[in-house]
Every structure is written in structure tokens, then in C-alpha cells.
Design a protein around this ligand. Structure first.
Ligand SMILES: Nc1ncnc2c1ncn2[C@@H]1O[C@H](COP(=O)(O)OP(=O)(O)OP(=O)(O)O)[C@@H](O)[C@H]1O
Ligand SMILES: [Mg+2]
Length: 257
């Protein structure tokens, strides 16, 4: 522990040091200086371990800053592109997160403190991505450690695919049906996204659902409400382009199949 702290300390002062042994981490540490509230001491430690294990070779730039997390572009030791999602421990709205978490039977016993809540939040996204990846297109989850989640990067030339919000639908009818079919497949696998909208769908070669931290399982007491809200959001979005079926009809289709 102290040893690693020293390393990080040393890397921060790298300009004063001539012969650094761990060049790789030295290079990567550049990004540590970017934002202090994301890269607090414990997050640095987590990243440091992920680097030493080859899950991260380089972190090259920030893709997005969200309410609770920052997403970075990077590569692993094999040169594979990755997206690194870091949930902020300090600035997170942890009370709200906590109330969402404990409604999920899988996370009912989460301790009510900031760190436990944020770590559980990241873990839930990882678990959900795993389940989802078996039935629909999502970024493949690679590893989660504390508040850091690593997944497959979805994009081209270091740029993420556009969200549905930012891309005018080419074939709205087909897309709408596919998205509803995905909601259906997830539900059959026991999962509800619960934060689905045009902001959390990436339009690449395929249509990818992302941002699964709020995803929950069928026996959450709020499950049906979340499912309905997801369907409503998608229906609302596509009603700008096509004649869409009624939300309740779509829901019936999902629930009664
Ligand atoms: N696997 C990925 N590959 C490429 N880009 C990604 C990936 N995951 C996320 N992104 C980019 O980061 C943005 C934000 O991601 P995401 O929706 O998961 O987090 P968020 O909305 O910030 O989360 P929250 O609101 O819960 O804090 C996405 O719109 C997308 O541009
Ligand atoms: Mg999002």
C-alpha cells in the first residue's frame, strides 16, 4: 500500500527524477493530473493495479463527463481499444444511487456509505452488461474493480459511435422494432435497463444499449414501472419519425409473450 503510494507520488514528481524504472506508468500518469475529483487517491490506486495487470496500458483521452461518471478512451496491454468508465466517489449523488440500489434484491445489503454505494453501482453495471451481452449488443464488459469499469470500446478512430440522440434515424421503423425487441430480450433474460433513452443507445454497425448501472432485475418492486418508462422513452423518440404502436400495446407484447 505505502509502496504504491510512493510510486504514484514519485510519478507525479517525475520531472525531478532521471531514471524511472516504470516508464509505462509514468506515461500513463500524465492523465492522472487532468482532473483531481475523478482521480482521487483511491481511484489512482485502482487504476495503478489495473495497469500493472495489463487491463490498461494507456489512457488517452476523455470521451464523456456524465452525472456520476467519466468515460475515457484507452488501450490494454494487447493493444485492444477499451472504454474506461470511472465513477466519481467525491461528487456522486450517492443518496439517490443508494435508494436505487437497495430496490434491487441483488444489492439489498449494500452498506450505506459513499464508497460502498459507488462501488456497488459500478459492480451492478458490470453484472448487467454481462447478462445483457448474452442476449443483445452491448459493449462487452472486461473487468470491474471498485469504481472503475473497463469494457469494449465502441467507436471508430478513437471516437465513440454517436448516440441515437445525435444521429437522425435512417430506417426508423426497423430501428424502433429492433430496440423494442432488445428490451424484450433483456426482459426475458430477467433484466430491465431502467435508464433507456436516445442518450443511452449508440448507433454503430449495430445498435448498442449502454449505461447499465440502473439496470435491475424482474423482482425489483419497481420493475414494471421501469420497463414502462423505457418503452415510453423509445416510443416518444420514434413518434417524431414514424407512426408507432401504443406504449401499452408494446408493453403487453413484452409481458405476455
Ligand atoms: N463502451 C463504450 N465505447 C465507446 N464510448 C462509450 C462507451 N461507453 C460510454 N461511451 C461514451 O460515453 C458516454 C457516456 O457513457 P454512459 O452513458 O455510460 O455514462 P453516463 O451517462 O455518463 O453515466 P451516468 O449518467 O450514469 O453518470 C456515451 O454517450 C458514449 O459517448
Ligand atoms: Mg448515459
Amino acid at each position: 500500500m505505502g509502496d504504491i503510494d510512493n510510486h504514484i507520488h514519485v510519478y507525479e514528481k517525475k520531472k525531478d527524477i532521471k531514471n524511472l524504472k516504470h516508464e509505462r506508468v509514468e506515461r500513463d500518469s500524465e492523465i492522472f493530473k487532468v482532473r483531481d475529483e475523478v482521480f482521487d487517491q483511491s481511484t489512482r490506486l485502482t487504476l495503478f493495479k489495473l495497469m500493472n495487470n495489463g487491463y490498461i496500458e494507456s489512457l488517452n483521452g476523455e470521451i464523456a463527463t456524465g452525472k456520476e461518471a467519466n468515460v475515457f478512451y484507452g488501450k490494454n496491454r494487447e493493444g485492444k481499444e477499451i472504454a474506461v468508465k470511472i465513477y466519481r466517489i467525491a461528487t456522486s449523488n450517492f443518496n439517490k444511487m443508494y435508494s436505487y440500489l437497495v430496490g434491487d434484491p441483488r444489492f439489498y445489503y449494500t452498506k450505506k456509505d459513499k464508497r460502498s454505494t459507488v462501488f456497488a453501482w459500478a459492480k451492478r453495471e458490470f453484472k448487467n452488461l454481462k447478462t445483457a451481452s448474452e442476449v443483445i449488443d452491448v459493449p462487452k464488459p472486461i473487468i470491474v474493480r471498485n469504481n472503475v469499469l473497463i469494457m469494449e470500446f465502441l467507436g471508430k478512430n478513437m471516437k465513440s459511435y454517436p448516440t441515437l440522440k445525435d444521429k437522425k434515424p435512417k430506417d426508423p421503423e426497423k430501428e424502433f422494432n429492433l430496440i423494442i425487441e432488445n428490451i424484450n430480450k433483456l426482459y426475458k433474460a430477467g433484466l430491465i435497463h431502467a435508464d433507456l433513452s436516445e442518450y443511452n443507445i449508440l448507433m454503430g454497425k449495430k445498435i448498442y444499449f449502454i449505461d447499465f448501472a440502473q439496470g435491475t432485475i424482474k423482482n425489483n418492486v419497481m420493475a414494471q414501472d421501469f420497463l414502462k418508462r423505457d418503452v415510453e422513452n423509445i416510443t416518444r423518440f420514434y413518434s417524431n419519425y414514424i407512426e408507432v404502436s401504443d406504449v401499452n400495446e408494446t408493453l403487453k407484447g413484452i409481458l405476455n409473450e
